[in-house]
Design a binder for this molecule. Structure first.
Ligand code: CA
Length: 232
């Protein structure tokens, strides 16, 4: 990773906050801490972190509202911590701009791996933007500009989170081709293992809600494919 990346850890439970902070600091990150919602927004503005680890249940403002507010200040990768494996929590989190989530209790090693993968992905995306890649091929009335990281359906611009954009870009690179969830996990999330295929499902669900459900075809038990508009 080279230079020190700064991570803002937002968690009101002192023991968990301390454990996450210690582990990330040991992994070489510069860590800033906050213990409630308003404090998180303030710390975000003051410290300009490269990534935010954000608990959902917080005093003051909840994690979803914090995520919405900080994403409005500046787009930043967010790893959400959810108390239970609650699909609603996850979907709301993704809708307000979280990129990934971990369900409590989680292993510290897993947290560090997710943080590293998320930062790698953002940096790779920035490199792609720098090379000024052009438009993709014919995707029907869906238009994707990889360089500017912008998406339109017809004349309407669609606002995607960084992860949703990367997922769409991967699907759009091979329109009509079915990509397995394991492959998407490897190529979009940069996870070597095949655990966490539910993460793929959740992000596909969020992506569908924004670009139209019919544009992403599910092949049950296999994976997903981008439709190119002939079905509309
Ligand atoms: Ca909490």
């Amino acid at each position: 990773m080279g230079t020190h990346r700064r991570v803002l850890v937002v968690e009101d439970e002192p023991v968990i906050n301390g454990a996450v902070t210690d582990r990330l600091a040991a992994a070489g990150y510069d860590v800033v801490r906050a213990f409630d919602g308003p404090g998180a927004v303030e710390a975000f503005r003051a410290s300009e972190p490269d990534l935010v680890v954000l608990d959902v249940m917080l005093p003051g403002l909840d994690g979803h509202e914090v995520c919405r507010r900080i994403q409005a200040v500046r787009p930043v990768p967010v790893l959400m911590l959810t108390a239970a494996d609650d699909e609603t929590d996850v979907l709301v989190g993704l809708a307000v701009g979280a990129d990934d989530y971990l369900t409590k209790p989680f292993r510290m090693r897993e947290l560090v791996a997710r943080v590293a993968a998320l930062l790698r992905r953002v940096e790779r995306a920035a490199e792609l933007t720098d090379t000024g890649a052009g438009d993709l091929g014919d995707l029907g009335d869906l238009r994707v500009d990889p360089g500017a990281r912008r998406v339109w359906t017809g004349d309407d611009e669609v606002h995607l989170t960084p992860t949703e954009f990367d997922l769409l870009l991967r699907l759009a690179a091979s329109p009509g081709v079915v990509l397995t969830r394991e492959r998407l996990l490897r190529e979009v999330w940069d996870w070597p293992g095949a655990s966490g295929t539910r993460t793929v499902d959740s992000h596909v669900k969020a992506l569908r809600a924004k670009i139209g459900a019919e544009r992403v075809r599910t092949v049950h038990g296999v994976g997903y494919a981008l439709e190119t508009g002939s079905t509309r």
